[in-house]
Design a binder for this molecule. Structure first.
Ligand code: NAD
Length: 425
């Protein structure tokens, strides 16, 4: 499979938007987009860490603050062996767009450490997490840049990072990051927020496109996002016929009991040997004859090489960047509805925002309050994007990009970073 640079690919998407600039719904010009063609700030750190066995390892870490016109930057920290600067830049740009589509008072950022967590002990992961914060503590903060978990990081990693930050600063600062354990100021509902938010988007889209109630679903990736969306959709009566993790996938046309698969994975480390299922590869899973495909693992899964072979009618992008721009064009031509990452998986950052609000006011909400507020935010964002889809006869990603960039450019204009028409007059 050809490797697509996710950052260059997204810049290409921005460039493509300019053909819509004449429409009154589009509030930016081609030149305005220059401001979004590179990140505002990038920090790359290479730092030695003494491991538990006494050896010293040099670790590469990144933090990119892409755009901060609308507020402090916000975005997760990923631990993965393939993390590089272009991936982190793309993820930071997507975060900028995501917070704007949801109309959260944030800009966008992302961080990453190039590391294989599976071959690193918990002790060493703690040392690396703490040292990373020692390296970047002046770059982040509750009113500056607010990290969160992402692939292969979780509430425990956030707890180590917060603890290290508070020790350095000599004060409590729970709003410095989100996705924390509840005991340290985390929000109820944050653990399922990405999946729950995606489920609300899916529910609206299923209604808009008359999807049948017992439609079949394949989910790629069985982590926080993938496992929870599978569980929620199964609970709503959809048939989850295929699931996968990094080791491979499983298929059963009668549908899976997701709780059972989860228990099996927890016991055995992977779901691949789940009994009463046919084995499929991650590549085969994408091409199954299902109604809905949910990529919930990594980017660049659907490319120009396999897009024409996709049989699903709807793709719910729970992962960030699973569909490349070339694949998008093929899917759009084939009438496949793609619900884009910057809208679909925004439930995580939305509840992260709620967590930060609760930290700032020192007053905590019930899970039901959190989920009710999430539902309102997600459905409003879907409706706004879907209206534009119908009005301009465009795909949902293009519409979501327009909604987001309108807001970002408007904020830049108000700050005087881009000349507005009124100013020119
Ligand atoms: P996670 O670490 O909890 O789980 C990742 C899952 O993907 C694991 O099941 C792993 O086995 C699987 N996986 C890894 N490589 C794979 C491969 N090559 N093929 C198939 N499966 C593979 O991560 P997560 O938090 O669930 O994140 C998954 C995706 O959702 C990422 O793209 C992430 O950026 C996105 N996302 C997550 C959140 C969140 O709040 N968790 C929010 C927004 C977006």
């Amino acid at each position: 499979m050809t490797k697509v640079n996710p950052f260059e690919d997204t810049l290409g998407r921005l460039k493509n938007l300019t053909k819509h600039c004449k429409d009154p719904a589009v509030k930016f010009s081609e030149t305005d987009l220059v401001l979004l063609s590179s990140p505002k700030r990038t920090l790359i750190v290479n730092f030695p860490v003494k491991m538990k066995d006494g050896t010293i390892r040099v670790i590469n870490g990144y933090r990119v603050q892409y755009n901060d016109a609308r507020g402090p930057t916000k975005g997760g920290i990923r631990f993965h062996p393939h993390v590089d600067i272009d991936e982190v830049k793309a993820l930071a740009l997507w975060m900028t767009l995501k917070t704007a589509v949801l109309d959260l008072p944030y800009g966008g950022a992302k961080g990453g450490i190039t590391i294989d967590t599976k071959s690193t002990s918990t002790d060493d992961l703690e040392r690396i997490s703490r040292e990373f914060i020692r390296q970047i503590h002046n770059f982040v903060g509750p009113t500056k840049d607010i990290p969160a978990p992402d692939v292969y990081t979780n509430a425990q990693v956030m707890a180590w990072m917060l603890d290290e930050y508070e020790k350095i600063k000599g004060e409590k600062a729970p709003g410095m990051l989100t996705g924390k354990p509840i005991e340290l100021g985390g929000s109820l509902g944050r653990d399922i927020a990405t999946a729950q938010g995606a489920a609300y988007v899916f529910r609206e889209a299923a209604d808009a496109y008359d999807l049948k109630p017992n439609a079949t679903v394949a989910v790629q990736g069985f982590g926080n996002a993938g496992m929870n969306i599978a569980k929620i959709l199964a609970g709503w009566g959809y048939k989850i016929v295929a699931l996968s993790d990094s080791k491979g996938g499983i298929y059963n046309d009668n549908g899976f009991n997701v709780e059972e698969v989860n228990a099996f994975k927890e016991k055995n480390g992977s779901l691949v040997d789940f009994p009463k299922a046919k084995k499929v590869t991650n590549e085969e899973l994408l091409l199954l004859n299902v109604d809905v495909l949910v990529p919930a693992a990594l980017e660049n899964q659907i490319t120009k090489e396999n897009a024409a072979k996709i049989k699903a009618k709807m793709i719910l992008e729970v992962a960030n960047g699973p569909v490349t721009s070339e694949a998008d064009a093929i899917l759009h031509k084939n009438d496949v509805v793609v619900l884009p990452d910057i809208l679909t998986n925004a439930g995580g950052v939305t509840v992260s925002y709620f967590e930060w609000v609760q930290n700032n006011q020192g007053y905590y909400w019930t899970e039901q309050e959190v989920l009710d507020k999430l539902e309102k935010k997600m459905t409003a964002a879907f409706k706004e994007v879907h209206e534009l889809v119908k009005r301009l006869d465009i795909d949902h990603r293009t519409a979501a990009y327009i909604v987001a960039i309108n807001r970002i450019i408007e904020a830049e204009k108000k700050r005087g970073n881009i000349s507005s028409e009124e100013k020119v007059k």
